[in-house]
Design a protein. Structure first.
Length: 325
C-alpha cells in the first residue's frame, strides 16, 4: 500500500524553501535536549553546508537565524550572527537573470567578510552543468548531498520522513534506467542515462523544445569551423548526426555533402547510418540517423558498456572526416 506523501503535492520551490528553513531552525541550540534527533540532523545539515565550501565549522552554534525571501534570497541562514549561508533553491529551474551574483552582492553589502559568506546552489532535480553557479561563487548542493544527511535521521518526525521519501523517490526514478526495460523508460530514466554517460562522453544535455512537444537531448563530439559544425546528438530514442550552418545559402549544399560523407564512412565501418525521414533547412540539421534502436540491451535491459562502444564508433566516423571541411 502506497502511503500518501505531502511532498508529492507540495512540489514547488516555495515548498522546498519552507522545508529547508524548517530544518535549519532545528539546529538552534534550544532544541538540543528536548528534540535531540531533529537537532542532530539539522546540525549535520549546517555542517555539510560549511564543508561543501571546504571551510571550518564553528566550534559551537550559539544562534541560528533563518530568513525566507530576504531581499528575494530564497533562504538566508545566519549562524552565530557572523556566518551568512545564502541558499538559492532550485528544483527543475536554473539560474537566470544574473540572480546569483545579485543576491551574493546584497549580502556582501551588509559588511560580512567575504570569507565568512557561504553561497549555496541548492538543486534537488538534475542539470548537466553547474559551471555557471560555481563561477558565481556558489557551491552546488545536490540531491545526493541532502539525502546523505536526511538518511542519518533515526527519529519519527513525519515531515522529515515524507520529504526524505520524496527525494529518494526522485533518486530511484533517475536510477531506473539501470533496471527498467528500455521500452518502459520515462523522463527520469533518460535523465539518469544522460547523467551516466555525461563524464564518459564529455557532452551536455537539456530539454529541447519544438512544435512536436520537445525532447530531452544529449549532444557531444563537436568539430568543424565557423562555417559548419558537425556533432552527435541523442533525441531520446533517436541517435543523430547533426550539422550547424549559419549561412542560409550554404545549408542545402553542406547538408548533402555531410550526409554523403557520413553515410559512406558508416557503410565502410559497418555502422547503420541512414537518411532521416525528412531533411530540414534550418540552422541545425540532421543529416543521418542510426537505423533502429541504438541502445544495446541484454534481455531488454540497457547494456551500458556496449552502448558506449556504439557511440565511440559514431565518434570515430565523424572524427575521421575532420579534413573534409
Amino acid at each position: 500500500m502506497k502511503i500518501p506523501n505531502l511532498f508529492s503535492y507540495a512540489t514547488s520551490e516555495l515548498s522546498q524553501d519552507a522545508f529547508i528553513c524548517w530544518l535549519l531552525e532545528w539546529a538552534s541550540p534550544e532544541f538540543r535536549n528536548e528534540y535531540p534527533e531533529l537537532h542532530t540532523c539539522a546540525t549535520k545539515f549546517v555542517k555539510s553546508l560549511f564543508s561543501i565550501h571546504k571551510k571550518a565549522y564553528p566550534t559551537e552554534i550559539n544562534k541560528v537565524e533563518v530568513r525566507k525571501q530576504d531581499s528575494n534570497i530564497d533562504v538566508l541562514c545566519i549562524i552565530n550572527e557572523e556566518y551568512p549561508i545564502l541558499i538559492e533553491d532550485k528544483t527543475s529551474t536554473k539560474n537566470h537573470s544574473d540572480q546569483l551574483s545579485r543576491y551574493l552582492n546584497k549580502i556582501k553589502d551588509r559588511s560580512y567578510p567575504e570569507e565568512k559568506i557561504f553561497p549555496i546552489y541548492f538543486k534537488t532535480e538534475d542539470q548537466a552543468s553547474y559551471k555557471d553557479a560555481i563561477e558565481n561563487g556558489y557551491a552546488p548542493y545536490l540531491r545526493s548531498n541532502f539525502l546523505d544527511i536526511l538518511t542519518t535521521y533515526q527519529g519519527k518526525n513525519s515531515i522529515l520522513i515524507d520529504y526524505r521519501n520524496h527525494l529518494q523517490s526522485i533518486e530511484d526514478s533517475v536510477q531506473s534506467f539501470k533496471s527498467l526495460q528500455i521500452d518502459k523508460w520515462h523522463w527520469y530514466s533518460w535523465i539518469g542515462f544522460y547523467k551516466e554517460i555525461h563524464d564518459k562522453l564529455d557532452g551536455n544535455w537539456d530539454y529541447v523544445p519544438n512544435p512536436a512537444g520537445g525532447f530531452l537531448g544529449y549532444w557531444w563530439n563537436f568539430q568543424g569551423d565557423e562555417i559548419c559544425e558537425q556533432y552527435l546528438q541523442l533525441e531520446q530514442g533517436k541517435f543523430c548526426f547533426k550539422i550547424w550552418v549559419k549561412d542560409k545559402n550554404e545549408r542545402s549544399h553542406l547538408r548533402s555533402k555531410w550526409h554523403n560523407l557520413i553515410q559512406n564512412k558508416s557503410n565502410e565501418l559497418g555502422f547503420s547510418a541512414i537518411t532521416p525521414e525528412r531533411f530540414g533547412n534550418g540552422e541545425y540539421m540532421t543529416v543521418c540517423v542510426f537505423d533502429g534502436e541504438y541502445r544495446v540491451t541484454n534481455e531488454g535491459i540497457l547494456d551500458l558498456e556496449k552502448t558506449i562502444q556504439r557511440f565511440r564508433l559514431a565518434e570515430k566516423i565523424l572524427n575521421s572526416l575532420k579534413d573534409s571541411e
